[in-house]
Design a binder for this molecule. Structure first.
Ligand code: ZN
Length: 237
């Protein structure tokens, strides 16, 4: 299997850009995206191109892409998943909190795949990282005018953060590794954040998010620090 890790903790954001080398949505690029015993696939949210010289993520030679998948049609909007990437063609689901897909009438997402778009990586500046971090960890002081201007430039409700150091994530569950080959199997592990993705509009449309549309929710993707497999869950924001 391919193992991933953060190569540094510089924070970035992903912005929509038709010339970007990373992709949002689109069809699954891997086999193994249909959980066993079902016929309902999980969806590709982002595919990161690890050949981007900026990207703070590395893998061994087995994968040139890091695919971020989420099981939108499971667990009534709140499932978590862990999978390993075997190659650029195959993933293997190690754990799915809700192994049965939701009934058709209670699906949180109707589309087969998220609409596709291109994304570009952009480093956060000191000021941007400062106000985002401050906002997250201190509920007492309100942003001043200068900070509000920075937040509005970042379009913070639709901000996709990538990398950086996140010592804790508000409302996140304890992250347990479910990879039997991991030294920390079934134990609580450090979660190295890869990306935090809110339900962003694509081509000025966000209706495809269906039950998640406009919601105060963020899909969190990261790595078990010990085995480098991918864990994803969502949090209320
Ligand atoms: Zn692990």
């Amino acid at each position: 299997m391919a193992s991933f890790s953060l190569s540094n903790s510089r924070p970035f954001r992903l912005v929509l850009d038709e010339n970007g080398c990373h992709s949002f949505g689109g069809p699954a690029q891997h086999s193994g995206v249909v959980p066993s015993g079902t016929n309902v696939a999980i969806q590709q949210v982002i595919s990161l191109d690890l050949t981007d010289p900026l990207i703070p993520i590395k893998s061994d030679a087995l994968a040139s892409k890091l695919p971020l998948y989420y099981p939108f049609k499971y667990g009534f909007g709140g499932p978590d998943i862990q999978y390993e990437v075997r190659s650029d063609l195959e993933i293997d689901i190690l754990h799915l909190s809700d192994p049965e897909p939701d009934d058709k009438e209670s699906l949180y997402l109707q589309v087969e795949e998220l609409p596709s778009a291109r994304l570009r990586l952009e480093p956060l500046t000191y000021e941007q990282a400062r106000i985002l971090g401050f906002r997250r960890t201190n509920g007492y002081f309100q942003p001043n005018d200068e900070d509000r201007e920075i937040l509005s430039q970042l379009d913070v409700k639709h901000l996709i953060e990538l990398g950086g150091r996140h010592d804790y994530i508000v409302n996140a569950p304890d992250v347990i590794c479910r990879n039997p080959k991991c030294q920390s199997y079934e134990r609580r592990v450090y979660f190295d954040v890869i990306a935090m993705v809110p339900p962003i509009p694509v081509n000025n449309d966000d209706e495809f998010w269906y039950e998640f549309q406009g919601g105060d929710v963020t899909f969190c993707f990261g790595l078990c620090h010990y085995c480098g497999t991918i864990i994803a869950f969502n949090v209320a924001t």
